[in-house]
Design a protein around this ligand. Structure first.
Ligand code: ZN
Length: 52
């Protein structure tokens, strides 16, 4: 299975709780959560991966 990860936004002003990222098999190995932007507040440096 391609990776699935849960991500939370740490921007205090952002109301997003959690999002899931679902990768395909073609996702490069060096892609990290810092390569993504919060879909709600739009910040690039506020996302954090959650270990469930
Ligand atoms: Zn956010």
């Amino acid at each position: 299975m391609p990776a699935t990860l849960e991500v939370a936004c740490e921007n205090d002003g952002c109301e997003l709780d959690m999002v899931q990222l679902h990768y395909t098999y073609d996702m490069p190995q060096d892609v990290a959560v810092t390569d993504f932007q919060c879909p709600y507040c739009g910040q690039f440096d506020s996302l954090r991966e959650i270990e469930l």
